[in-house]
Design a protein around this ligand. Sequence first.
Ligand code: SAH
Ligand code: SF4
Ligand code: F3S
Length: 487
Amino acid sequence: METNKVYEEIISKMDLCAPAPEEEPYRQYYFIGRARKALAEVEEKLGRKLTFHVATFGCQMNARDSEKLRGILEEIGYEPTDTEEADLVLYNTCTVRENANTKVYGRLGGLHSWKKKNPHMMIGLCGCMMQEEHVVKTLREKYRFVNLIFGTHNIYKLAELMSRALEHPQDMIVDIQQKTDLMVEQLPVDRTYKFKSGVNIMYGCNNFCSYCIVPYVRGREKSREPIDILREIEQLVEDGVIEVMLLGQNVNSYGKTLENKVSFAELLESVAGIEGLRRVRFMTSHPKDLSDDLIAVMAKYPDRICPHLHLPLQSGSSRLLKSMNRRYTKESYLELVDKIRAAMPEISLTTDIIVGYPGETEEDFLETMDVVEKVRYDSAFTFIYSKRSGTPAAEMDDQVPEDVVKDRFNRLLLLVQKIGREQTGRFEGQVKEVLVEHVNEQDPGLVTGRMDNNSVVHFPGDASLIGQIVKVKLDKCHGFYYLGTQA
Ligand code: SAH
Ligand code: SF4
Ligand code: F3S
């Protein structure tokens, strides 16, 4: 638990029979108290503790949200379990591509069978998919066994919603907000890793790339105050964290919505100065907003700020980039890469690419392949374009036939894998610092960690190394990871 438990004392002094306070986060402290009581009654009836499981779909934002959800559920008194055969299962959903969506419906079927055998079981759904009207409509009509539905703007309200759900287990509780009115902090968090953490620096997105649903389900861009971010990181460091990842859909536009404007470069420099913090990463950088100041700050703190930039390309065709509303061209992207590499020759670049965007011709696709060859990414996430209803691209009539898309996708994958292997392997034989994350799943004699550029390294070691930064000789690169030995 990362916040020092200030709320514990507050809850103990609250009158839980009085009406709930209006002000946040006190209102949620009150409901933690209420939900605890309701849960204790169920526990008494069943004669055992109750368990919960949160399954996370989607990106780093959702992963961080899930840590908050888990923190609140543990505070209420649920015990975490790794399986979905739990007393409460919460799906934190993603809808960026259709297959993320389909997966959730599929898995709900399995949960339903489990619930039929365990009638007291509760099922909750939250996250990006829930912000789509047609999803909630389908759930209301065909998935009546779901107990709780909420969206991306009110995850801080989980204690309040759980308190209602526990007191009214037969109801389907639906609470979706259209925008983020409040950024409620100082709530419990259960971090996945003791030694590293994501930190939200902003929420939402204003870019409206024409294929993308995120701005519709996450709302308008909103930055947190630098003082709040720095205080949160200082607290994390006190609690044993040595690496943070600053999170936002477009970190390069951080600060634009603040009254006292602060740039991302300025924020990053302040974070890099926090004593005790060893590594700072960030995600995601939109190429259109990447400033010279940011490059200068990264180059100034090579030991603190990780030499890695995730710089989504999406397409190498300037014509498609225009239609995608990305606001850069193939040429300006390549110039930016040159500028970054001139300042930091060893930096690792990674990217996201979409294949089969409406109207994509063979020539457009070859432009994408050309950028991949020129930039030489360490790794690239490649996606087949997925039509998202409500986005401008979904209305475009020149959708690319499936077989053409599949063929291009395979050609792209071969190229990014070939270059990725060569790029990843460029440090073979050198000694690098590795932050150890866990014992290797396949071979318990090995531990697994990451270099500052995010490359994965396995080497002989045991659980005592977890959370430490260790010097490792990179003996051999095996495609996308290294096998090494402690130096
Ligand atoms: N904010 C980040 C991206 C977040 S979504 C950025 O702008 O870089 C992560 C990735 O999903 C995107 O970079 C894009 O490559 C992919 N993506 C988004 N919408 C998609 C769609 N409709 N079909 C296929 N891939 C999509
Ligand atoms: Fe989507 Fe574009 Fe925003 Fe990224 S910047 S989340 S791709 S709209
Ligand atoms: Fe998915 Fe939402 Fe992230 S749609 S990619 S979980 S912001």
